[in-house]
Design a protein around this ligand. Structure first.
Ligand SMILES: Cc1ncc(COP(=O)(O)O)c(C=O)c1O
Length: 414
């Protein structure tokens, strides 16, 4: 992303040019940013110690998955269809870990049939798995009793979280493993998403390693994802250089005590893909009330739900006029709900925007993660197209949906 002549460019192409070609609204991803996010992250760890499993729930467009495959990423998948998509996007079965939750045995059977490793998240599932596949190898998600995240909906560790086997129930895991002659080859945890401080991550790491030491047949320990990215201008990024050093130190120390080499796995989603994407939209309306100036756009929480769902902040730029006289406005979508406000920051929603006018193009930044992948067809509106840009070239990587796409699952409909 760059600014030239007060206008926004993506992959060296003016936003207006991209939108004239592909329409509005539109998700646009920059290939160079994706490659550089992956490379920066891997460079922080010693070669051969770490395996990165991209959490494809953050964004599962196959063109983006292929870039990550080229960079050497593996995959964290959480549903049968994610597994299928990863396989069809060029990942080998042995590069995929399936960590679902509240799974049916059928989903697990699907993964086993595909030779994809399953990471079981409850004692009940461990029992079912043992009955179905005795004398096999499997890994286990553990809740380390610690959680963190940018919103309460996103905390996946601690006593209020449904995920994993609680760390104090490991004796039961050991006896189930014995009963069904299961080899536990990996211990996994993921404590939440959008985490900005190293402390809970390192604390959870300690807890997980404490659990891991009682399993003699491990091949890996997986510390999940959760690495936050700064959305607000004043937000300090998580110091990944420092965190990766500390994680490496702690893990190599553990390996020495464990007595043989193990792989460290992590499952970043947001960190890799969040800064890669923007959602572009067009101003369709400006409505003033005695209290507010509402700037209406042709997208809404059907395409970017994070502001409405979590009060999340996304920086908004007027791509036509990056800096000009600023106005206090509320940026709102075209969904028929008053909660469809895109300029949120917690409970606040007034945002300074550079002199907005009808037909201006707005860019919602850092929308690559949990943007398109959490989009819906609410109000019977289609999901937008997705475009990949790189060094002056643009490429459609998902077309916009049509009326037929939205209506094709109806029965008794023409
Ligand atoms: C099991 C698991 N791993 C990894 C992630 C990725 O998290 P993030 O995008 O914060 O890195 C998630 C997201 O919730 C997850 O549930």
């Amino acid at each position: 992303m760059k600014i030239t002549d007060n206008k926004l460019y993506l992959g060296d192409i003016p936003v207006d040019t991209i939108m004239q070609e592909y329409g509005s609204p539109l998700y646009v991803y920059e290939e160079s940013v994706l490659r550089s996010q992956f490379r920066k992250l891997s460079a922080g760890f010693p070669r051969g110690l770490l395996e990165i499993h991209y959490a494809m729930k953050a964004n599962s467009n196959p063109s983006l998955l292929r870039i990550l495959a080229e960079e050497g990423s593996s995959i964290d998948a959480v549903s049968e269809f994610e597994v299928r998509l990863a396989l069809e996007s060029g990942f080998e079965a042995n590069q995929i870990i399936f960590t679902g939750n509240n799974n049916t045995l059928r989903e697990i059977e699907f993964c086993v049939e595909q030779n994809v490793s399953v990471n079981l998240g409850s004692l009940a599932l461990l029992e079912k798995y043992g009955e179905r596949y005795p004398e096999t190898t499997v890994s286990l998600r553990v809740n380390p009793g610690i959680g963190a995240g940018h919103h309460s909906h996103c905390i996946t560790g601690g006593p209020d979280s449904k995920f994993g086997v609680y760390y104090d129930q490991i004796e039961t895991v050991l006896s189930l493993a014995k009963k069904y002659k299961l080899t536990i080859n990996g211990i996994h945890s993921h404590i939440g998403t959008g985490i900005f401080s190293a402390e809970p991550m390192l604390e959870a790491m300690e807890m997980i390693l404490d659990v891991a030491k009682v399993f003699p047949d491990l091949q890996f320990v997986d510390f999940g994802g959760g690495f936050g990215i700064p959305y607000k201008p004043e937000q300090l990024p998580l110091d990944m250089e420092d965190l990766s050093k500390k994680m490496t130190e702690r893990f190599t120390n553990f390996i020495q005590h464990y007595g043989r080499d193990l792989l460290m796995k992590i499952e970043p989603g947001r960190l890799l893909i969040g800064p890669v994407g923007v959602l572009l939209a067009t101003v369709t309306n400006i409505t003033n009330t005695p209290k507010n100036s509402f700037v209406g756009v042709d997208t809404g929480f059907n395409h970017l739900v994070r502001p409405t769902m979590y009060g999340s902040y996304h920086k908004i730029l007027n791509a036509n006029r990056i800096s000009s006289t600023e106005k206090d406005v509320v940026v709102v979508g075209n969904i028929c709900e008053s909660g469809d406000i895109l300029s949120r920051s917690g409970d606040d929603f007034i945002r300074k925007l550079s002199s907005p006018a009808i037909d201006d193009r707005l860019a919602f930044l850092d929308a690559g993660a949990y943007g398109f992948s959490m989009s819906s067809q609410y109000n019977f509106r289609p999901r937008p197209a997705e475009v990949l840009v790189h060094q002056g070239q643009s490429r459609l990587i998902r077309r916009a949906e049509t009326f037929d796409d939205l209506s094709q699952c109806f029965v008794d409909f023409n």
